[in-house]
Structures are given as structure tokens and as C-alpha cells.
Design a protein around this ligand. Structure first.
Ligand code: KG4
Ligand code: ZN
Length: 338
């Protein structure tokens, strides 16, 4: 059988990414990160779109070159339809449409949140694939959801955040501590050297499998303000312990809800996805849950946690097999259902 080559493009937020997949295997996975936003303490949409326009052609060229695949070998072009920043999404979708038209191959629109979950179906040595049905917790800078995944394109959200996403909780806490954007990876780094029980923070009371993180952020702000008033060097002197305590609280919040989801659904295969699944504490805690609770857990390879195009490509491949194609009139969507 002829192999299926998918070129995939991801441009939903501030990373310009392209990948080439041969069937379910990743041949190349290229990301150009945009450093420009760091000085603003968050993603500036207008600047993100402009940077995508500069990056998209070279990123796709590098992805094809690394994969050693010519344009005329491609079977289809997949791209992120949403959710995300409209200006960013439009750059990727317009490019994908033009390329599919020029090459006369199918165009495939991909839901970014489905892709964070279905990244577990990429063929990788040493990584098992979940079986349907399984639970997925998507934890990123924009989302916090617990999802029952019944099939590739049959998913149901059973819990989600009522305010901030968990990635925002990390990033906003980091900002309070004077750390640069995005602070999540830095909190993780310092947390590994600190005592998670040094400063107890309280968990919010939210019914069912839903989440709330805005109260924790306020709690951390008051805690820091109070202590800095007594000792101006408080944060500097206690950075590791503060970060460890924040991370510990966030992980506890996530694990409480996951345990509830397993109990309510009777499903004990648990996968995580999204940028925050890069967090070392969450990865370790979930691994431990295999022994502790008898779960089977799925933790993505590091490069498939934060935004990437390989995850768009694996969804593209599944849709290709099921002939789920789009015509050129398909529109980008800032918000989109799972
Ligand atoms: O999935 P992603 O790359 O983009 C969105 O779709 O939002 O997630 C980005 C988020 C940011 O909030 C970032 O701080 C967080 O993931 N993040 C982490 C870590 N690595 C990335 N948070 C905690 N620990 C990490 N190691
Ligand atoms: Zn994402």
C-alpha cells in the first residue's frame, strides 16, 4: 500500500508549527516559538499574527526538508481550525487552503483540543495507545477539561474550568513572583528544589468535576503581599518553597477531580494532554497513580505536550482514513466545540 503523507500546520496561538507524518509516524515536527511576547507578559494577538506570517513559509520548508518529502508526494494538508486567536488561525488556514488547492490534494480542518487528546495515537516507540473509552484531562494555557473519549471523534466534556485555565494559574502565579512569561515551566523548575508543604494554600470548593483557579491566584497574591510587607526579600529567599507549594496545590486540585471522574465513569484509563502536561510534578503524580489506584495512565512525549503540529497531523491522518475532508469554504473558529 502507498504510504499516506500528511503535512500539518498549527498556528492557533503564538507558536508557528509544521509537521510531516507518514501514516501515524512523525517524520518531522518543527516549531518556531515567538520570543516577542515575553516583554509584554503575555501573548499580543496582533504581534502573533505578524510573526506567523513571517515564520510560516520557512517552518513548512524545514518540516518538508527534515522529513525528506517533496510537496508532490503529500496526500493531504491538515491545519488547526480552532479554538485560538482569530488572526493567528487565519494565517495557518489561508496557507493550508492555498497549498491544498495548488497541489490538488484534500484539505483537513482539525480541532486543536481534540488534537491535544489524540496526540496519544502518534506511533512512538515505548508509548502505548489508549483504548476507547478513556478519560482525557486537557490542561493548557487556554483550557482545563476532563473529557470522556468514546471514539476518535466522539468526545464528551464532563468537567471544565469555570474561570481561569490551569496554565493561566501557573503563569499568573509566576507573574506575582516576578517571573517572566510564560512562567509555568519556571514554577516547575523551582518547585523541583522546594518543599511542597512549606506554605499551605487552600483548594477551592467547586461542585462536580468542574474547576476554578481564580481564587487560588488571589490567595497567592495576598500571601505574597503580606509577606513582602514584612520582608522585602521574602520571594527571593523562598522561591523554591513557594513554587513547590503552588504546584502541589494545583496538582491536588487536578487529581481530586480526576479521581472523581474515574469513580463516576468507571473508566480507569487516564490520559493527559496540553502544555501543562509537560509539568514534572503532574507527570510523576500520574505515574504514581498507576500503582496507587490501579489506573493505566498515558503521559505524552514531552514534545507533544505544548502546542505542536504533530498532534494536528495525527488527527489529519485519522480524518484522511475516514474521508473527513473540508472544502475551501471552511472557516477558522476562535471558539469551537469538542
Ligand atoms: O498547550 P499550550 O502550549 O498552549 C495552549 O494551547 O494554551 O499550553 C501553554 C501553557 C502555558 O500556560 C505554560 O505556562 C504551560 O502550558 N506550561 C507549563 C509547563 N510547560 C508549559 N505549566 C507548568 N509546568 C510546565 N512544565
Ligand atoms: Zn494548546
Amino acid at each position: 500500500v502507498k504510504p499516506i503523507y500528511i503535512l500539518s500546520i498549527e498556528s492557533s496561538c503564538d507558536d508557528t508549527a509544521a509537521a510531516v507524518l507518514e501514516n501515524g509516524k512523525v517524520l518531522s515536527n518543527v516549531v518556531a516559538q515567538q520570543a516577542i511576547h515575553e516583554q509584554y507578559g503575555g501573548v499580543v494577538p496582533e504581534l502573533a499574527s505578524r510573526a506567523h506570517q513571517q515564520n510560516i513559509v520557512p517552518v513548512i520548508d524545514v518540516a518538508l526538508t527534515k522529513a525528506n518529502i517533496r510537496r508532490d508526494q503529500l496526500s493531504a494538508i491538515a491545519f488547526t481550525q480552532g479554538p485560538g486567536l482569530m488572526g493567528s488561525l487565519l494565517v495557518g488556514s489561508s496557507f493550508a487552503k492555498s497549498m491544498a488547492l495548488a497541489l490538488n490534494v484534500p484539505l483537513i480542518a482539525v480541532n486543536h483540543m481534540q488534537a491535544h487528546i489524540l496526540a496519544h495515537f502518534i506511533d512512538e516507540e515505548g508509548f502505548d495507545k489508549p483504548q476507547f473509552p478513556f478519560l482525557a484531562m486537557t490542561i493548557s494555557g487556554g483550557h482545563t477539561q476532563i473529557v470522556t473519549v468514546k471514539d476518535f471523534f466522539d468526545m464528551e466534556i464532563i468537567g471544565e474550568t469555570t474561570d481561569d485555565a490551569v496554565g493561566e494559574a501557573f503563569d499568573k502565579s509566576a507573574k506575582i513572583l516576578g517571573l517572566p512569561y510564560p512562567g509555568g515551566p519556571l514554577v516547575d523548575k523551582y518547585a523541583q528544589l522546594g518543599n511542597p508543604k512549606a506554605f499551605p494554600f487552600t483548594k477551592p470548593k467547586v461542585p462536580g468535576m468542574d474547576f476554578s483557579f481564580s481564587g487560588l491566584k488571589t490567595q497567592i497574591l495576598y500571601f505574597v503581599q503580606k509577606n513582602v510587607a514584612l520582608n522585602p526579600d521574602f520571594v527571593k529567599e523562598n522561591m523554591n518553597d513557594i513554587c513547590a507549594s503552588i504546584q502541589y496545590t494545583i496538582i491536588n486540585i487536578l487529581m481530586d477531580k480526576l479521581k472523581l471522574a474515574v469513580k463516576e465513569t468507571g473508566i480507569n484509563q487516564v490520559a493527559i494532554g496540553g502544555g501543562v502536561s509537560a509539568n514534572s510534578g503532574i507527570r510523576n503524580t500520574l505515574k504514581e497513580a498507576e500503582k496507587k489506584y490501579g489506573w493505566k495512565t498515558f503521559i505524552p512525549k514531552f514534545e507533544y505536550t505544548t502546542d505542536n503540529a504533530a498532534m494536528i497531523g495525527i488527527v489529519g491522518y485519522q480524518k484522511y482514513l475516514q474521508h473527513m475532508f473540508n472544502d475551501a469554504s471552511v472557516t477558522s473558529k476562535a471558539r469551537i466545540e469538542l
